[in-house]
Design a protein around this ligand. Structure first.
Ligand code: PPE
Length: 306
């Protein structure tokens, strides 16, 4: 099948024609912000999960970096829907990107153009086929999350992923699936592309936003689902060793969805497979994205054209 068209500054263009110049500012200095969104094929039709929240976070990220996006939230939502519908894909991963364009180089981005792109592709299980059921084996990374006064973690910016890439490469080269970063203060922060939850004695814990994590939208889904299911949940400072004595640990993210962690630094977590609370939260999440039940108002229906 041909690659779906890409939305580029207001119109759909052919995949092969969605190109930039090599002197693009973002290529040299990491001046881009982006989103990752999933559209699902639910039993009630195709639908995009938490579209508004993702596009609001894109605008927030752009604002933090003083990028003036020439589209409103409503226009960006419509653009995503248009791109997904034109792709003909019942389910896909959606990648909106805003970046500083080509011009004379130099660090100061203020004079550079602000370009907007929306691409879609097929993206299966992020952390491996069996991961959602069996869980993944991970390490605590030797690289830390950025300090709060270095660059902003609430912006989902291209440059942030240099750090994430180092974590991921080390993990893979060491034989693990993913790395967990600690904050500069030494507390558990998040994975290279996922937030993290720890379960102990029936309660859930996750890092606070102030620990320089990305405030994940899946993390927010899990917090709401956990409350709904009656589990105690709090954002808290989690010491590294709390990972090793946890009953359950799991990652959350648009790409990773809800992925159990079965082993950390060769410590087996709980029973060494998906724990019961992880399973209950996964089930509630999958009820939305697979069954299309939407008690929270998280789904935007789409009609992919064939
Ligand atoms: N932390 C980081 C660092 C992160 O990149 C993501 C998403 C999350 C947490 C979870 O956020 P949310 O998707 O809103 O629940 N990572 C995206 C990109 C992954 C990639 O490899 O590219 C994603 O999951 O789409």
């Amino acid at each position: 099948m041909a690659h779906p068209d890409i939305w580029f500054n207001g119109r759909l263009v052919k995949h092969e024609e969605a190109n930039v110049h090599v002197l693009t500012h973002a290529l040299h200095y990491g001046t881009s912000v982006f989103e990752g969104i999933r559209s699902y094929r639910t039993k009630r039709g195709s639908a995009i999960l938490r579209l508004r929240e993702h596009m609001q976070r894109l605008l927030d990220s752009a604002r933090i970096y003083r990028m003036e996006v020439p589209y409103t939230l409503d226009e960006l939502e419509a653009a995503v829907i248009q791109t997904v519908e034109a792709s003909g894909m019942d389910a896909c991963y959606i990648r909106p990107l805003v970046f500083r364009g080509a011009g004379t180089l130099g660090v100061n981005p203020l004079k550079h153009s602000v370009e907007t792109v929306i691409a879609v592709w097929d993206w299966g299980a992020y952390l491996g086929q069996d991961a959602l059921e069996k869980g993944v084996s991970v390490e605590v990374a030797s690289w830390q999350r950025m300090a709060p006064n270095t660059f902003p973690s609430m912006a989902k910016a291209g440059g942030n992923y240099l750090n994430a890439g180092l974590v991921k490469m080390d993990a893979v080269l060491n034989g693990f699936t993913e790395g967990i970063m600690l904050s500069t203060s030494g507390y558990v922060a998040e994975g290279s592309g996922e937030n993290l939850f720890v379960v102990r004695d029936g309660r859930l814990f996750t890092a606070p936003t102030a620990l320089s994590i990305l405030p994940g939208i899946t993390r927010d889904c899990v917090i709401r689902i956990a409350r709904e299911l009656g589990y105690g949940i709090e954002s808290a400072l989690i010491p590294r060793e709390a990972l090793y004595i946890a009953d359950e640990v799991f990652f959350t993210g648009t790409a990773a969805e809800i992925t159990p962690v079965r082993e950390i630094d060769h410590y087996v977590i709980g029973s060494g497979s998906r724990g019961p609370i992880t399973a209950a939260i996964q089930e509630a999440y999958f009820d939305v994205i697979r069954e299309g039940n939407d008690p929270y108002g998280w789904l935007t229906p789409v009609t992919p054209r064939r």
